[in-house]
Design a protein around this ligand. Structure first.
Ligand code: GAR
Length: 217
């Protein structure tokens, strides 16, 4: 049985599209049953509809600062679609601890840095200002703290001296689109388990080649 997944978005939804495309494969262990945006103008909504996925809006600004009331409305939509797992894809709204705990071990987020480095806003700017030579993206379980929580999968890219936040974001986004579907495949396929703050998987580590940056001739 495929696990039923809802994707939460706030914007363009490119990670959402990567997940929807991956889930088209017959042997993929998850089905995307709904896309829910907290912003009516999110470009991802039209992409979801075009892909044949029910797209819904639960406008967060209608609830002002009352995050719990927003989450009650969101939960009702999740229930209506029978969602078992949630993937956040550029969902720019913080959850209450109660909501995060309710979905403990069943809600993933993707963040464009190698967490725990550079959580929060402007991760690429943070990476460039820190002068790191390798950056990347992280899929992690959601906990009440922002951009924290057990790490399921990471992918890395080399950072060049010529990078701007925009060029780095573009390369990291390619990694995001690779790792998010694979991370969801592991979770939906029952291949991950949480051991306290750590996420362990039954599959091996990545292949033996490693990434060194800058290039040494
Ligand atoms: C992605 O780069 C995602 O990693 C980031 O927002 C972008 C959404 O793009 N998320 C965060 O920064 C979460 N802290 P998308 O709408 O095209 O998937």
């Amino acid at each position: 049985m495929k696990r039923r997944v809802a994707i939460l978005i706030s914007g363009r939804g490119s990670n959402m599209s990567a997940l929807i495309n991956a889930a088209r494969a017959e042997d993929y262990p998850a089905a995307i049953v709904a896309v829910i945006s907290n912003r009516a103008e999110a470009a991802g909504l039209a992409k979801a509809t075009a892909a044949g996925i029910p797209a819904e809006v639960v406008e967060s600004k209608r609830f002002g600062k009352d995050r719990a009331a927003f989450e009650t409305a969101l939960q009702a939509v999740l229930d209506r679609h029978g969602a078992e797992l949630i993937c956040l894809g550029g969902f720019m709204r913080l959850f209450t601890a109660a909501f995060a705990e309710r979905w403990h071990g069943r809600m993933l987020n993707i963040h464009p840095s190698l967490l725990p480095a550079f959580p929060g806003l402007d991760p690429h700017g943070q990476a460039l200002r820190a002068g790191v030579k390798i950056s990347g993206a992280t899929v992690h379980f959601v906990t009440p703290e922002t951009d924290a929580g057990p790490i399921l999968m990471q992918g890395a890219v080399a950072v060049s001296d010529h990078d701007t936040a925009a060029t780095l974001a573009e390369r990291v986004l390619e990694v995001e689109h690779r790792i998010y579907p694979e991370a969801l495949r592991l979770l939906a396929g029952g291949k991950v388990r949480l051991v306290g703050d750590i996420c362990a998987t039954t599959v091996g580590a990545g292949t033996g080649n490693f990434l060194i940056s800058p290039l040494v001739c």
